[in-house]
Design a protein around this ligand. Structure first.
Ligand code: BGC
Length: 736
């Protein structure tokens, strides 16, 4: 295994990039995610650990958000009394009492999911030490976090003092979510902290211990920061090893989180760091065995796709059916940890194809939130289930109605929670796709069918019969620059797909799962009248199409607006919308992200013959500014299907590097989950053309970028593993 193709590196310390790097160096295990902030802290840093499902709604904040839990990272080191710290040039005196960092490297090893940092540090005394920090979020026991610090005396005989703490003084960028009266404890070589969220009442408990050869004392001098301390005198070339093991539970797991954390910690401490590490790596080997994609001939994209896969894997809940993947994973506070369509149409498919048990958890999250979706439908005067555009723990709509105020106090009304209704169909699409790939009949009959059918009931009540056809007014399609438009072609056409699928599903249920069929027909009132209406909608739904140009029309009136040649706006680091301003751009043909192109990705030639698809591409590609990270990967996928290899590769490279290169400038807020999942789809469905034939067999129809020599991957199809080896010039050898 070439190690460099399995790691992300930072050579030398660049203070300006730290917030970006905190995000990309996040570790996690499907239970929690911890940003790559330093153990010793750094001026302006944004450390955060996010636990799936722990939301809280603070006063004066419009909506609930995922809560930053107390920080388990702090480890402070002094060498001969000089505190080790990375300092920016402005505060750097390079003289006592400051030490001097002679060298710095950081590396995220994707294969073993360990974050390592190595530093050569000279204390004010002149003694030099090498510091090596490792950290893991155990994939074997998701409640366990382990840090190892090695201090090696390189020159001189330094005295090293080390403190390991838990820090309860945390906020979400200044917003307090924890009740101030936290419970803290310190005894022997163990510390603990228990905290409760203000509004939602979730409790988290953390316990840490420090394992090392020197004696450890525990103290509570600082109220919200229980601390363990030790010190050691090293001889030249001697090494000291300090292992900090932390355990976390929440009231979502157990009744008494701190007690559970302390008990579990005792077992973990007995096993010790090496055994914990080994078990963690063993689990990761299994993850990678199923989910790795190898690309030969393109090292940059090889590393990037491992990086994007890693980030989907560290955020996908392993055992919990009541949480899902937020738009920014568990790596940052962006979008407040809310769950969007990004999950079902982008992050879910890699799980469906390679880790179906994780995909099932994500779909069960929606199933358990059907009551929120029914509530939203009812509140809006509709029947059935209408999923919220943004979802949290409750399943109620949590999209904020207003943006954060601009410096001049103005705020923009956010309409997506009202009008971006295609989310209900996106959930159904994800459930149907899961069933097609896994053949998990039990899931479909007991849970998936209800998701697909009750959202179909919603659409049946939502569409409007007018102008001798069916229409849907007041929508936002994937292109969010155009709000509250009538007859979004994406939405209308996907609703047709949805109702067709629902009818097909009913036939399947009647034949294969009679009890569930009867249950659902009764509970959801799937009367003949209702089903006939669905059939009528399918045949008479208005699908905006220009017969002369042979293109789908994004929505009627779209081409009457000002045309802006988006390709001329290069080079740029921001969206064309940001350049033109909100009020002007909404009156132009600038498109935020794949919209008709997204429809093409989802339906392929079911939508239209290839020449129409190509016309659509020629029309919409030059109008799209990719203001959303969901866009480039979708274009790569569709571009590859159309044989437009240059455009497809450009889009793919861009998508695969959105987070690594921070080419949207907002990675400090978190990883773009959808881009990560989109990259996977671009390779498998786009470049490799993986699909299920009508006869139910799997097939490849590959069009690889010229310089790619070979792509290999495995998928799980109906309970069996298939490995594909696609070579360029295209030669495929599928092995069951
Ligand atoms: C995109 C949406 C996406 C959301 C969260 C928005 O900018 O337009 O499609 O769901 O971000 O990633």
């Amino acid at each position: 295994m070439k190690r460099r193709l399995w790691s992300i590196r930072e050579h030398g310390f660049v203070p300006d990039k730290q917030l970006h790097h905190e995000t990309i160096f996040t570790i996690g295990n499907g239970y929690l995610g911890t940003r790559g902030s330093f153990e010793e802290g750094f001026e302006g840093d944004t450390p955060a650990t996010l636990l799936h499902g722990i939301y809280d709604h603070a006063p004066n904040v419009l909506v609930p958000e995922l809560v930053n839990i107390p920080n388990w990272l702090p480890i402070g080191i002094t060498v001969d009394g000089t505190p080790f710290k990375l300092i920016t040039k402005t505060t750097d005196t390079l003289r006592p009492p400051h030490g001097y960092v002679l060298g710095y490297e950081r590396e995220l090893h994707l294969d073993e999911a360990v974050l390592r940092r190595e530093i050569l540090f000279r204390a004010a005394s002149g003694n030099i030490v090498r510091l090596i920090f490792d950290r893991i979020a155990s994939l074997d026991n998701p409640h366990i976090l382990a840090q190892r610090v090695r201090v090696i005396a390189v020159d001189g005989n330094p005295t090293v003092e080390l403190t390991a703490a838990l820090d309860g003084q945390v906020t979400n960028a200044g917003v307090a979510h924890w009740l101030p009266n936290m419970h803290v404890q310190a005894a022997g070589n163990t510390i603990g902290l228990e905290a409760t969220t203000q509004q939602s009442g979730y409790i988290v408990g953390l316990a840490s211990t420090l394992l090392c050869a020197s004696p450890v004392t525990a103290s509570l001098t600082d109220n919200l920061r229980p601390t363990l301390s030790t010190s050691v005198k090293l001889q030249q070339e001697q090494e000291a090893v300090f292992d900090k093991i932390t355990c976390i539970y929440s009231s979502r797991d157990v009744d008494a989180p701190l007690q559970a954390a302390a008990e579990n910690l005792a077992n973990a401490a007995q096993l010790g760091y090496d055994a914990l590490y080994k078990a963690h790596v063993r689990e990761w080997a299994q993850y990678w065995d199923r989910s790795d994609i190898t690309i030969e001939g393109d090292d940059a994209c090889q590393v990037a796709i491992r990086f994007t896969t890693y980030h989907v894997l560290i955020t996908a809940p392993r055992t919990d059916e009541n949480v899902s993947i937020g738009a920014k994973t568990l790596s940052g506070l962006g979008y407040k940890g809310h769950v969007f369509w990004d999950t079902e149409l982008f992050a879910l498919p890699p799980m469906t194809l390679t880790q179906p048990h994780l995909a099932r958890n994500l779909l069960m999250y929606r199933y358990h939130r059907l009551s929120g979706a029914r509530h939203k439908a009812k509140a809006n005067g509709y029947e059935g289930a209408m999923f919220p555009w943004e979802s949290t723990d409750t399943g109620e709509e949590t999209t904020p109605q207003w943006s954060d105020p601009e410096p001049d106090g103005t705020r923009i009304r956010i309409w997506t929670g009202d009008s971006e209704q295609h989310i209900s169909t996106d959930v159904a699409y994800g459930a149907w796709q899961y069933w097609q790939w896994t053949g998990d009949n039990e899931f479909l009959a007991r849970y998936g069918a209800e998701l697909i059918l009750d959202t179909a009931v919603f659409w049946g009540s939502r569409v409007e019969e007018k102008n001798e056809r069916y229409e849907i007014s007041q929508q936002i399609g994937p292109d969010e620059y155009h709000e509250n438009i009538d007859n979004s072609v994406f939405t209308n056409r996907m609703v047709v797909w949805h109702l067709e699928t629902a009818l097909h599903l009913l036939d399947w249920l009647r034949a294969n799962a009679t009890t569930d069929y009867e249950r659902l027909v009764n509970e959801l009132d799937l009367s003949d009248t209702r089903l006939n209406r669905w059939r009528d909608i399918i045949t008479r739904m208005y699908i905006p199409f220009d017969e002369t140009k042979q293109i789908h029309v994004q929505f009627p009136g779209f081409f009457d607006m000002e045309y802006i040649p988006v390709p001329n706006y290069q080079p740029r680091t921001t969206s064309v919308q940001a350049i033109l301003g909100h009020s002007r751009s909404i009156q132009t043909q600038v498109i935020k992200q794949a919209d008709v192109v997204m429809l093409m990705a989802l339906l392929g030639e079911q939508l239209a013959p290839l020449d129409v698809l190509r016309n659509n591409w020629d029309t919409y590609y030059p109008r799209t500014d990719h203001g959303s990270s969901l866009s480039p990967a979708t274009h790569a996928w569709v571009g590859a299907r159309l044989g437009l290899m240059d455009e497809a590769y450009d889009m793919f490279y861009h998508a695969a590097h959105i987070d690594l290169e921070d080419n949207k400038g907002n990675v400090k807020d978190g990883i773009h989950a959808a881009a990560c999942g989109g990259v996977f789809q671009a390779v498998l469905f786009g470049f490799c053309g993986l699909h299920i034939r009508e006869d139910g067999t799997l097939a490849i129809d590959a069009r690889l970028p010229e310089h790619w020599r070979r792509v290999r991957f495995s998928v799980n199809y109906r309970g069996q593993r298939y490995t594909f080896d696609v070579q360029n010039p295209v030669l495929v050898s599928p092995m069951a």
